[in-house]
Structures are given as C-alpha cells and as structure tokens.
Ligand binder design. Structure first.
Ligand SMILES: Cc1cc2nc3c(=O)[nH]c(=O)nc-3n(C[C@H](O)[C@H](O)[C@H](O)COP(=O)(O)OP(=O)(O)OC[C@H]3O[C@@H](n4cnc5c(N)ncnc54)[C@H](O)[C@@H]3O)c2cc1C
Ligand code: SF4
Ligand code: SF4
Length: 671
C-alpha cells in the first residue's frame, strides 16, 4: 500500500507520465548526470516513459515530445531542463501539438537550480532527481485549463513627448493606429529639443527633431495633449481606462495663433522669472513660449507668476491685444479627460544629476561652473546668449575644462555609467572650440564610445587638439597660488598617465552630469503597476529578450525611463515598443494565463482582507452577494490572496492544495 498522503487519480485518468530530461548542451550535462536522472525518473510511480535529449527546446526536441505523447499514450508531461521563463511556452506548445491540454505539463529547472548552483556532480544530480520526483508527484493533479481571450482596443496611450514618445507615436499613427500623446510640459521635444547639435554626426538637433514634432501636431491619428498628466489608470491589457489631467493653460489652444503679441504687451515690461527651458540662464514673463519651435506653437500662462491668476487684479493687456481671437481665457479650470486604450507606452525619460550634491565641484558656488545641459543651451542660437559661449561676465572663455562622470560611476552618487556623457563631452569640446577657439581639456576616467561612428568621433576630437587628461578630478576651487591663476577656476586632478597631481587653471568648467531616474518615477511606476530596478529605472521584462515589455501586460517602456541611452538607442526602443503594440492590436485579442486565483463563494465570509493585499487591484467586493470577486483579467497569479484568506476560500489554478502538497511530499520523499 502507498504511504502517500495525496493519492494519484485512478481509472481512466490514471497517470501515464512522460519525463524528458535535457542536456542543454553542456550547460546541464557537465554538472548533472543526465542519464542517471533519466533512469531514475523511469522508476517513479506513474512514469510510463522517460528519455534524455541534447537540446529539448530545439525543433526535433519538441517534435520528439509530441510524437512520444502519441506513441506512449502519455497524459502528463514533465520536462526537466532550463528556466520556465525562457521555455515554458515552447514546451506547452509541443505538448499541445501532441494532442494534450498544455496544462498537463510541468517544467523543472535543473539548470539554474541544479547544474549552475552546485560545485560537485553528485549533489547536482541528487538535487535534480529530487526536483524531478517533486514534479512527477505534482503533475498527476494537474487539470486541463483554457486560456481566456480578451479583445484589444486599438487605441494607444503614449506618455512623455521626448524623442522616444514622439517616435513611438508617429510609428503607430503612420500604421493607422489612433494615439493619445500626453506630455506634462507646455511643449513636446524633451531633452533633445534643448541641444544644438547631436553626436556623433553633429547634425542640428532642431533640424531632425522639429519636423517630427510638427508631424505629431498635425497627424490626424494623434491627439496631442501637452501640459497634461495621467491621473489614474484602471483596467488591464487591451482594455485600459485612463484619466488625463489637463492643466489650465489659460489659453484656448485652437484659437491661439502663436503671434506672441501677448508676451510683448504683458504688464511685466521685463522678463523676470526663471526660464525653465533655459535652465534658469535667462528669464521669461508669466506668459511665455518655451522656445521658438515649441509644439504646439501657442503660449502658456504660468499660474505661479501671472498677476491675474494670482490676484485677479491685472490690467490684462494680453487679453486686450489678443482681441477678437479671444485666445486668453482666465476662467479655465483643470479638466479631466477620460479615454479608453488597449496599450500604453511609457516614455517619460530621465533627469540629469544635480551636481550640487558633489560640493567639491563648486556648482552653484563658483559662478563659471556649468552643467553640460546648460552649455547645450548656451551653444544653441535660440538659447539665452543667442548661441555665444560666454562666461557669466559676458567674456569668451580662453580655457575650458570638461569633467566627465559627474554623478556616474561613483559609489558616493550613482554607480552606473550614464552612457552618453563621454560622447556629449566630446561633442561639447568640439562645439566650444568651434565657438570660442578656447583650449579645451577633457578630464576622464575611461573614455567609453561604444556606438556606430563614436570611436571615429573620438579620433576626430584628438585630431582637433582637445587635451585629454586621465584621472578623476578631486576638486574645482578658486584659491590661487600664482599670478597666472588670478581670476581662474583651478581644476585639481591626479593625472594617472603621468603620475602627477596637476592644477589646471580654466575660465569655465563644464560638468558632464550623468543621467538619473526622474524624481516621480516611483509614483509613475505605482500608477501604471510596473516595476523599477533598484536604481529606480523602469524595469523591462527581460533585458535581452523583452527589453521594452514590462511585467504588466499591455504596458511598454522606451527611452531614458528604462535606463541611460543615446538618441539612436532611444529611437530603436521606441520603434520596438510601437511594433509590440501593433502586434497586439493586429491580432485583436490577448490570451490570459489561466493560473489565476478564484474564490469559493460558499466559503468566502466577505471579510475583505484580500482586497487591499492584491498588488494588481484584481479583487473587489460585490455589495449584492457580500463576497469578494476576482477579476481574472487583472489577476497575475501571484498567490498573495490565497495565502492571506482567513477562511481558506481562495484557491489558484495550477497551485491548488493537492498540487502543492504532493510537490512538497515529492521533494521530501527521499529524505
Ligand atoms: C547634456 C546631454 C547631451 C546629450 N546629447 C546627445 C547627443 O548629442 N546625441 C545623442 O544621441 N544623445 C544625447 N543625449 C541623450 C539624449 O538626451 C537621450 O537619449 C534622449 O533625450 C532620450 O529621450 P527620451 O524621450 O527617452 O527622454 P526625454 O528627452 O527625457 O523626454 C521625456 C519626456 O517625457 C516627459 N514626461 C516626463 N514625465 C512625464 C509624465 N509623468 N507625464 C507626461 N510627460 C512626462 C518630459 O517632460 C519629456 O518631454 C544627451 C543627453 C544629455 C544629458
Ligand atoms: S494668446 Fe492671443 S495674443 Fe497670445 S500668442 Fe495666442 S493669439 Fe497671440
Ligand atoms: S493571485 Fe495575486 S494578483 Fe491574483 S487576485 Fe490574488 S493577490 Fe491579486
């Protein structure tokens, strides 16, 4: 008589289990005695067939499984191979090809859990046998499950109107899909709109960006909402309900022709308030347009500085000049637009490191210390100095030091390499030299130029006479030791190639600040139910195989919000996210994994304890029946509610008691 607590079914459903053990080349076979595991599997109760194969996931491997199911009349399949994340679907399909419901299948990971974590072959083999035995014990309780289908709304929401959002929106719109593009600033363009030229080709940023921005505005398939933010997201893949907050701009967008007369006549004769787009290097009025090519080409009235908005007591010269166009409307209130979309692409970008956090560089204290982004604005002809690179006193610098890796590759700030600062430092070195003729020094730890044409650009800069000094700058100071240092900034660095500590006097220091997640990344993450990596970047589902997917179906990420990257990589990712979305739209439906939780209504006491615990907000309370209800489309099968339900009334497909207990029994059977 068997001493198992969980007895396998008998009769027509009597298990005929097939066990397929994979070598994974030498990945598994070098550490696990695959033949031994296979022989052992054949001795386990209910196993009718066991075999081994070099690459189970290959086409012949899959066909082998399908054929064995028919030949040996197998009704349960265990594949003992690598990670289910990688190949569970592959083998489920093979099982279905063999004519069996794909959920009569279980995968055992003897690669990561066996071969890769054990030093010696005996332990790896013994552990693999335990895992196979556990699977054989649990598989007999598997039941046939069906995947449910939900339809996909073909409309798409893109959040963030930098180059990533712009490119994704245009790709989708060109393919005939309806897109809502939501941007929180008064204009789209993101960081790219702030640059003068882009590396490595030095093409004019505006020349390549503004045609795309105009196209977004005029495209019949794109609804562009600037000065707006997503306030709420509900629903699931294919069927999201989104509330978008449209902040009052005090401008009727369709009526404003962008003549800017209102800016000229504003009661503030002089621009007085910090111009955010120019990073505070210039001033603007309460009514303003961020930059000449801003899209949409309309003004915005800043509620924090406009007298009329703040006190209601302005002469409203702007309204007067706008005249019959009636484009200024101080009665505007915040508006919520509700939309339904099937998929969402997050393209919310990055922020630059605040160098005030590294006081040794004197940023904010020493007036001629700038960030790279500020220099981008100084070089730009529509920037605060009309394209003249000058120090705060208005004079051209004769010597400039560019310090790499500020806030990157540093235990004290951010450990990661920001990937673009080497290249933008080289770009700025070239442009500063071109604009001023200054001697330019680049202080670097390593130069990293891993992109098409990037190494060639570095070579070009060396040929242009830019000085390169290897060493981390310890300090930028204004204390001098000789008359020739008078009025200069002193850059102190250990030159690790010559072995000397050097003092280099410069007129201007440029900090090549690194890239960081935006400060509100956590709020955005929570609202869209996605994950962040430890550093705060949005987390992709798989770094190599699913780089723009998230763990939430129907939500994709692209560009700087996923991690530091340059424009070519951003555009490639945005195109990829758009393609993923199109694939879902064109298929018309998505299939949902059936490993969801379900509630036994009779047992549910309506205590509601499961509701706040569900991380996917899949559980609600039915006021009529006074029971909790799980929305299968939202449930991700994490099991939290199953474990928490005090009355034990929640179960989960594929993880029911019989399956779990017999798996535990199986793994311990030999102990
Ligand atoms: C100084 C500097 C120079 C550079 N020079 C180059 C170069 O020459 N060549 C190159 O290839 N790369 C360069 N880069 C890198 C380049 O900036 C990025 O690759 C690119 O900007 C990434 O685009 P993005 O759309 O992902 O992000 P962003 O440009 O940051 O755009 C994100 C957009 O999303 C909006 N947004 C953010 N949060 C929300 C929200 N919650 N709701 C709505 N909207 C939101 C933002 O307002 C912004 O418009 C440089 C970077 C820096 C810092
Ligand atoms: S609000 Fe009126 S005056 Fe101001 S830019 Fe628009 S159309 Fe011109
Ligand atoms: S299993 Fe997880 S995702 Fe599904 S309802 Fe329960 S707690 Fe929510």
């Amino acid at each position: 008589m068997s001493n198992r607590l969980t007895e396998p079914p008998t009769g027509a459903d009597e298990p005929r289990i097939g066990v397929f053990v994979c070598h994974c080349g030498t990945n598994i076979a070098s550490k696990v005695d695959v033949h031994d595991v296979c022989e052992y599997a054949g001795t386990l109760p209910g196993v009718a067939f066991s075999t081994e194969y070099k690459y189970m996931c290959s086409d012949p491997g899959q066909e082998f499984i399908a054929a064995a199911i028919k030949e040996h009349k197998l009704n349960r399949i265990v594949v003992s191979a690598c990670s289910p994340l990688l190949h569970e679907d592959t083998f489920r399909n093979a099982v279905a090809k063999g004519g069996l419901n794909p959920y009569y299948f279980h995968m055992v990971n003897i690669r990561e859990h066996g071969a890769w974590v054990h030093e010696d072959k005996a332990s790896a083999t013994a552990k693999s046998k335990d895992l196979v035995r556990a699977a054989v014990y649990r598989i007999v309780f598997h039941e046939a499950l069906e995947r449910k289908r939900v339809s996909v709304d073909p409309k798409v929401l893109v959040v963030g109107g930098g180059i990533a959002g712009i490119h994704a929106a245009l790709t989708l719109a060109e393919a005939g899909k309806k897109v809502y593009l939501v941007e929180r600033e008064p204009t789209i363009g993101g960081h790219m709109a702030q640059f003068d030229k882009t590396f490595p080709t030095l093409d004019c940023s505006a020349c390549i960006l503004t045609p795309k921005m105009s196209k977004v505005k005029s495209h019949p398939n794109i609804t562009l909402w600037t000065y707006s933010e997503v306030a709420e997201v509900d629903g699931f893949v294919g069927n999201f309900k989104v509330k978008v907050k449209r902040k009052p701009r005090y401008i009727v967008e369709d009526a404003c022709v962008g003549c800017m007369d209102c800016i000229d006549v504003c009661v503030f004769k002089e621009a007085k308030f910090e111009d955010e787009f120019n990073l505070g290097l210039s001033k603007r009025k309460p009514v303003y347009i961020p930059f000449p090519q801003a899209t949409p080409q309309i003004v915005t009235i800043d509620p924090d500085t406009c007298i009329e908005v703040k006190t209601g007591k302005c002469k409203k010269t702007c309204v007067e000049i706008c005249g019959d166009r009636n484009a200024i409307d101080f009665s505007q209130k915040e508006k919520i637009e509700e939309i339904e979309v099937g998929n969402i692409i997050l393209a919310t970008g990055f922020k630059t490191y605040d160098p005030a956090r590294s006081p040794e560089y004197g940023y904010g204290r020493l007036e001629n210390v700038y960030t790279g982004l500020e220099i981008e604005r100084l070089i730009n002809s529509s920037g605060p100095t009309g394209g003249h690179v000058v120090c705060r006193d208005g004079n051209k610098p004769k010597t400039v030091g560019i310090i790499h890796c500020v806030g990157s590759r540093d235990e004290k700030s951010n450990k990661w390499c920001s990937r673009v600062c080497c290249m933008y430092s080289l770009k700025l070195a070239h442009l500063i030299k071109e604009h001023t003729g200054a001697e330019v020094y680049n202080f670097y730890i390593d130069i990293r130029t891993p992109g098409k044409g990037y190494e060639e650009f570095y070579d070009r800069l060396q040929g242009e006479g830019v000085h390169f000094i290897r060493g981390r700058v310890s300090e930028i100071a204004d204390w001098i030791v000789s008359p020739e240092e008078e009025g200069k900034l002193i850059i102190r660095v250990e030159d690790t190639l010559s072995g000397f500590v050097r003092r280099i006097p410069v007129d201007m220091a440029v900090l090549a600040v690194g890239l960081e997640p935006r400060p509100d990344a956590q709020e955005v993450r929570k609202m869209f139910n996605i994950s962040c990596a430890t550093e705060g970047w949005f987390l992709e589902r798989h770094p190599k195989l699913a780089p723009v997917d998230t763990f939430t179906d129907g939500i994709f990420i692209a560009g700087g919000c996923q991690g530091p990257k340059d424009i070519p990589d951003t555009v490639a990712q945005a195109g990829s996210a758009a393609a993923q979305v199109m694939a879902l739209i064109d298929k018309g439906y998505v299939e949902l994994e059936p490993n969801t939780a379900y509630i036994d209504e009779k047992e549910c006491s309506g205590c509601k304890s499961c509701i706040p615990l569900c991380p996917y907000t899949a559980i609600s309370f039915d006021a009529g029946s006074l029971k909790a209800v799980i929305n299968e489309a939202l449930c991700k099968g994490c099991g939290t509610c199953v474990a928490s339900c005090p009355s034990g009334s929640i179960s989960q497909n594929l993880f029911e008691d019989a399956e779990i207990y017999s798996e535990i029994e199986g793994v311990l059977a030999d102990v």
